[in-house]
Design a protein around this ligand. Structure first.
Ligand code: DSN
Length: 423
């Protein structure tokens, strides 16, 4: 029945060997080293299948039962499954599974409710906010008035809600936005909700990073605190295909759906939506709760071993899957140098700005680490301790090329014992 799948790969190998070899190269890279970029993961074999399926051929503008093209028997089925699983998993009233990825999902929310010049309260980029939370270089930052709040280093990086309330009363935002891309703590949704209610704003949580941890029941769910709108990517801790979802209360459903299509996007990527449906089905299984729990346990262990060995982590630890390390203070290295040194021992991280970083994003003062991908491979606390020790050794002794070569062998030997799903 599936002969065509193999034949398709054989056709690619024969007819476009350059692209085929690049894909095989990436497969090998992903297998041989430790992936610690917190926004990356290894998806399921079933997701590879759905994502590479015939559904990529189909135009399906509109929503199930209301499309602008014929031939929607199976696309309607797939999208309806994805929607109902999203609603069950996140305990929400409405789900839109068409956003192509994280940035358009957030843009669709702003464009649904704001007029140019309207105000949004969002976290400053260097403190953990995302580009789409109003960074001046983003189009959203030019169209809307983003007022940015910050964390307080003297309170272990917690948000100062008294200050946030003061800013909200002064600036009268239409949206109060929480949810971050480099913030290693859980979010105090009740405090955000109180502030939003005080000024009559919509509450929005961008849980792109922690969607899988909320789905797995190990982090708070914004809907339990009365939040209006939640955006989540599906390819990070959720382990799915590269895409986004907007979840909301029923009263916002029509505005959100219209904003995604026809407001912002055209034909939905139905192959991706099928893969989202598969991903959400997996996340509804009891094993996923165990997976989410292990991500957190691994992050706590890795954070502890790093701190025990002199690393300075922003907020002095983590409550989620992520750590942000100040590499300048820890090891006298810029984030770019630290990333490159770890690359040499097959540990992949990403350079990262730290709060109020005096250095620019391409030469920042830190790196960001996370445990979802390593946990997917089956690595547990024992491996986290090994990883932490390898990292510290490499960063402390980075001029010793022989040592780095030896550490690379050790890292790759360990990785060999942990299969990558689907590869
Ligand atoms: N690029 C994503 C991340 O790495 O967190 C956010 O968009």
């Amino acid at each position: 029945m599936l002969d065509h799948v193999l034949k398709n790969w054989e056709a690619l190998e024969k007819n476009d060997p350059d692209v085929f070899q690049a894909i095989i190269g990436e497969e090998n890279r992903e297998k041989k080293g430790i992936e610690l970029i917190p926004s990356e993961n290894y998806t399921y074999p079933e997701v590879f299948a759905a994502n590479g399926s015939v559904l990529t051929n189909k135009y399906a503008e509109g929503y199930p039962g209301k499309r602008y093209y014929g031939g929607q028997e199976f696309t309607d089925k797939v999208e309806s499954i994805a929607i109902s699983r999203a609603k069950e998993l996140f305990r929400c009233e409405h789900a839109n599974v068409q956003p192509l990825s994280g940035s358009p999902m957030n843009q669709a929310v702003y464009l649904a409710f704001l007029n140019p010049g309207d105000t949004v309260l969002g976290m400053d980029l260097s403190h953990g906010g995302h580009l789409t939370h109003g960074a001046p270089v983003s189009h959203m930052g030019r169209i809307f008035n983003f007022v940015r709040y910050k964390t307080r280093p003297e309170e272990n990086g917690r948000i100062d809600f008294d200050e946030l309330m003061r800013i909200a009363k002064e600036t009268k935002p239409k949206i109060v936005l929480c949810g971050y891309t480099s913030y290693p703590r859980d979010y105090d949704y009740a405090d955000f909700k109180k502030i939003a209610d005080e000024v009559g704003a919509i509450t929005m949580a961008d849980v792109a990073h922690i969607g899988g941890l909320i789905a797995g029941g190990v982090m708070r769910n914004p809907f339990d605190y009365g939040f209006d709108i939640v955006t989540a990517t599906t390819h990070k801790s959720l382990r799915g295909p590269r895409a986004g979802m907007i979840l909301c209360k029923e009263k916002y459903a029509q505005a959100i759906d219209k904003s995604v299509f026809p407001g912002l996007q055209g034909g939905p990527h139905m192959h991706t939506i099928a893969a989202i449906a598969v991903t959400l089905g997996k996340a509804l299984q009891p094993e996923f709760k165990q997976y989410a729990k292990q991500i957190l346990a691994n992050a706590k262990t890795l954070a502890q071993i790093l701190m025990d060995n002199g690393a300075k982590l922003i907020t002095n630890g983590t409550d989620n899957h992520m750590m942000v390390m100040n590499t300048v203070e820890s090891f006298g290295l810029g984030g770019k140098e630290a990333e490159q040194i770890l690359d040499k021992i097959s540990i992949t991280t990403n350079k990262q700005v730290i709060p109020d970083d005096p250095n620019p994003p391409l030469r920042p003062s830190g790196i960001r680490l996370g445990t979802p991908a390593a946990t997917t491979r089956g690595m547990k606390e024992a491996e986290m301790k090994m990883i932490g020790n390898w990292m510290v050794k490499a960063l402390k002794n980075h001029q010793d090329e022989n040592l780095l070569a030896q550490l690379k062998v050790e890292v790759e030997e360990m990785c060999n014992k942990f299969a990558v799903p689907g590869l």
